[in-house]
Structures are given as structure tokens and as C-alpha cells.
Design a binder for this molecule. Structure first.
Ligand code: KG4
Ligand code: ZN
Length: 340
């Protein structure tokens, strides 16, 4: 089966063609992504109105290119999938409406995919991971620990009560005058900094529920930066290193708890799977590996291009749903909020 996937929930416009064989093995036939980072950089974050307009401008071309690269005609496509949320509603409307039009004209099933579900299922496309597994999703908008038990069967074990981890990285960068998007910049600075210079809090440390809270850490970092102002190069590196160390410690504590809750409820997971842009961070990867090794399970981190937002993950989630007979009607609504 061949599925077209469309992603427009944030600042990446993406389209991809993915196939899924009878044994459930997937293959990416094309995967085209256009990032709008440059258009938002001047504002230090994603501007929803600019994002929606940019999606409209390029989506048709990207879909044509994805079909072209896959050497595939629209008539050969068995399903048309779009991320129907959660995300910036203007962009979601652009992608879902386009998918509906294509599905209607070509009389092809429509699959309205939850963007988080697509992140959750990517490890099955890249590594053929079997259910059940434990997903750690950490991006600019989400920080979640999820028990992935089957297609359409997801249990949220832990969530952030305020900021997402990627968002905390981005805000740290902004505070310290580093360019957007901040995650990679903070990681770079942290490499030459002293992680013990500033005593930053580890919110919710030791709590039994595997939730996250980042706002106290963010505030503490700002207070430290203001206390020693004006800050020099050395201070920036030390603040980044101390911040990143706090994040790593937090992930270790919270996710260890998440894996424990998982095992109590569903038995030991087949793998620990990471998704979202934060998984690109080497220190974060290190702690994830440590947790997986301690739990005696495999760590699966899809390649960066498939960890961050892309069309292949939407197409693949669409293929998995289509194979399970889960399709949608043309009146399915776009959703700004849509918990798994
Ligand atoms: O998954 P993603 O590309 O987009 C969504 O948010 O959906 O994640 C982007 C987030 C940003 O907040 C970015 O700062 C963070 O992931 N990020 C990183 C790194 N690379 C990207 N955070 C820490 N270290 C990195 N190397
Ligand atoms: Zn995402």
C-alpha cells in the first residue's frame, strides 16, 4: 500500500510518499521538507499567521515534488494522510483541506492523523519496533512519556505541566542572546561550560507521577543571569552547561519513573523510543541510553530528519491506520488541541 502524507502543524511544510507491505514493513519513497525557520527567525519564534501563509504558498509544489521523486502518480496512491492536529490551527487547516480535496477528486481514503501519533509510530517505520514500547517525545511543543500499545492505542503516562523541554532550550537561548532555534546553540555553548557553577532546581524530582515541570528551572536561570549581569562569554557557557545538566538530570529521574510505571502496568516495554528535536542533543541521548541499558531494553532513536517534523511520519501513521481499517470522513475537523 502507498500513502501520501502531509504535515503543516508548525513551521515545517512537508509531503512524503511511504509504502507499507503486507508484513508491516515500511519504506520511504520520498520525503520533502521545507522549513520556514528563516521567516520566523527575526521574531525569535514561530508566528502562526506567517506560518499558515507560507504553507499555502508551497504545499502544492511540495506534494508534486514528493510524487515526482517517488516516481508515483496520484492514481497509484491508496490513501491520503494529513496531520489534523494538534498544532497551529491555520497551518493544520491548510494541510487537512488540501488532503480532503485530493481524496475527494481521486476517490481515495482520507486519514486524519494525530501529529503526536505520527511521532509515536515512526520507530516502526525506521526500526520495525514491535508493540508495546515506551515513547519519550520531547520537541518544541511537547514533552510526553507514552505507552505505545498498538495502532490507535496510546496511554499518556507523563506530561509537562508547563513548558516543553525544547521550548525551555529555546527560551534559555533567547535569554542569553543566542540565535533561534536555540536548542543546538545551547548544546554547543554547554560543551565548553561548567555544569556545576550554578545550582539550578530539578522540579518534581522524586515524584511518583512521571510528569515534568520546566518553568521553575527557567525562572531560576533568569535570576542567576540577572544576578551576575552583565554576562560574558564564560558566563553564557556556564549557564548553558548548568541548564543542560539540570535537563539531563530531570529526564533521568522522570523517565526512570515513567519506565517503572510502564512496567507495572504493561510489563517491560520492547524498547525505549525517542522522538522530537530534543533527541538530537548528545547529552540527552546519553541519558536515554543509560536508562535503556539499566532497564535492559533497546534504545531506538530514529535519524534526526525523522525525529523532527516531517511528512514521512504522517504518511507512515496513515499507512498503519489504513492497514487497520481506520479511515476518516471528509467532514473530519482540524484540531488545535488533540491529546493522544
Ligand atoms: O520536533 P521539533 O523539530 O519540532 C517541534 O517542536 O515539533 O523540535 C524542535 C525543538 C526546538 O525547541 C529545538 O530547540 C529543540 O527541538 N532542539 C534541541 C536540539 N535540537 C533541536 N534541543 C536541545 N538540543 C539540541 N541539539
Ligand atoms: Zn512534532
Amino acid at each position: 500500500m502507498i500513502v501520501l502524507g502531509i504535515e503543516t502543524t508548525c513551521d515545517e511544510t512537508a509531503a512524503a510518499i511511504v509504502s507499507r507491505d503486507a508484513d508491516g514493513r515500511g519504506q520511504i519513497l520520498s520525503n520533502v521538507v521545507l522549513s520556514q525557520t528563516d521567516e520566523h527567525a527575526a521574531f525569535g519564534g514561530v508566528v502562526p499567521e506567517i506560518a499558515a501563509r507560507a504553507h499555502v504558498e508551497v504545499l502544492d509544489l511540495l506534494i508534486a515534488r514528493a510524487l515526482d521523486e517517488a516516481q508515483c502518480d496520484l492514481s497509484a496512491v491508496d490513501g491520503i494522510a494529513a496531520a489534523a492536529g494538534p498544532g497551529l490551527i491555520g497551518g493544520v487547516i491548510v494541510g487537512l483541506t488540501t488532503a480532503k480535496a485530493l481524496a475527494l477528486v481521486n476517490r481515495t481514503p482520507l486519514i486524519a492523523v494525530n501529529h503526536l501519533e505520527a511521532h509515536a509510530l515512526t520507530a516502526r517505520l525506521t526500526d520495525g519496533v514491535d508493540f508495546p514500547y515506551c515513547l519519550f517525545l520531547a520537541s518544541g511543543g511537547h514533552t510526553q512519556i507514552v505507552a505505545v500499545r498498538g495502532v490507535g492505542d496510546y496511554v499518556l503516562l507523563g506530561n509537562t505541566m508547563d513548558d516543553a523541554i525544547g521550548e525551555a532550550f529555546d527560551k534559555t537561548a533567547k535569554l542569553l542572546g543566542l540565535p533561534y532555534p536555540g536548542g543546538p546553540q545551547v548544546e554547543q555553548e554547554a560543551k565548553r561550560g561548567d555544569p556545576n557553577r550554578f545550582a539550578l532546581p530539578r522540579p518534581l524530582h522524586g515524584r511518583r507521577e512521571p510528569d515534568f515541570s520546566l518553568s521553575g528551572l527557567k525562572t531560576a536561570l533568569r535570576v542567576e543571569a540577572e544576578r551576575i549581569a552583565p554576562i560574558n562569554d564564560r558566563d553564557v557557557a556556564d549557564l548553558c552547561a548548568s541548564f543542560q545538566q539540570a535537563i539531563v538530570d530531570l529526564i533521568y529521574d522522570r523517565l526512570r519513573m515513567g519506565l517503572r510505571v510502564f512496567a507495572e502496568r504493561y510489563g517491560v516495554p520492547n524498547a525505549l523510543v525517542a522522538a522530537g528535536g530534543v533527541a538530537a542533543n548528545q547529552a540527552v541521548r546519553g541519558v536515554l541510553q543509560r536508562l535503556a541499558t539499566q532497564a535492559g531494553i533497546q534504545l531506538v532513536v530514529p535519524p534526526p530528519a525523522l525525529c523532527t517534523d516531517n511528512g514521512a511520519m504522517i504518511a507512515w501513521a496513515g499507512a498503519e491506520r489504513l492497514a487497520a481499517g481506520l479511515t476518516d470522513q471528509l467532514d473530519v475537523a482540524p484540531r488545535a488541541r488533540w491529546p493522544l
